[in-house]
Design a protein around this ligand. Structure first.
Ligand code: DX5
Ligand code: ZN
Length: 214
């Protein structure tokens, strides 16, 4: 089963409630947090997540593009995240370890994310405890970029590691996903598709979600 996660980074924030309503047929809502440091862009954070949590029962998939994310795990869990992704490049292994432990202690699902440059084997020390691995298919920081074809190899490598060591783990791809690249990412082994512009850039969101699913 393919799951679709619209990224509200591409939504219109002056009417976020109706934007969330428009993607009710999705499986998850993807929430991109950027700190202007780990990535060269700023987005939104805890107060927005809290309001989104109060508005919807949807599963909230929170992608932390921030340095030393262990500092904020408890806060994002309390604000209503269901799943948190931390970038393996955002701290040393001890910091990543503490971030994952904090997720466990706060009852949220655990994920790690990989920049395009990162070796897929970097997930191995954590894989058996993860609920999801997030493979970036663009350089993180901005919506609307073109899918990096070179990441198909990374998706295949992560799929092999998941099937070998932890078959229940989800494999999510994020960046440049549209109908054409969705198909290729799924063929390479992805089962969760993040899409910003390919959903919120379309007038009919339900049709856009159905097209990506198909
Ligand atoms: C980029 C973000 C993505 C972004 C995807 O750093 O992590 O989630 O919203 O946007 P599209 O689907 O437009 O590439
Ligand atoms: Zn994202």
């Amino acid at each position: 089963m393919i799951k679709i996660a619209p990224s509200i980074l591409s939504a219109n924030f002056t009417r976020l409630g109706s934007e969330l309503d428009s993607v009710a047929s999705a499986d998850l809502i993807h929430f991109d947090v950027m700190d202007g440091n780990f990535v060269p862009n700023l987005s939104f954070g805890l107060p927005v997540l809290k309001d989104v949590r109060a508005y919807t029962d949807a599963i909230l998939d929170v992608h932390l593009m921030i340095d030393k994310p262990e500092r904020y795990i408890e806060d994002f869990a309390r604000a209503g995240a269901d799943l948190l992704s931390v970038h393996l490049e955002a701290d040393n292994p001890r910091g990543i370890r503490r971030a994952l432990d904090a997720m466990g202690a706060n009852g949220v699902k655990k994920a790690v994310a990989l920049r395009p440059i990162t070796d897929p084997r970097a997930i191995l020390p954590y894989l058996e405890e993860l609920d999801l691995v997030l493979v970036m298919t663009v350089e993180p920081g901005f919506g609307g970029q073109a899918f990096l074809e070179s990441q198909l190899d990374t998706i295949r490598a992560v799929r092999t590691l998941i099937d070998t060591y932890h078959p229940g783990c989800d494999l999510e791809v994020d960046g440049g996903i549209n109908e054409a690249t969705a198909r290729r990412a799924v063929e390479a082994g992805a089962n969760v598709l993040v899409a910003g512009s390919a959903v919120f850039g379309k007038a009919d969101r339900a049709a856009a979600i159905a097209a990506l699913r198909g």
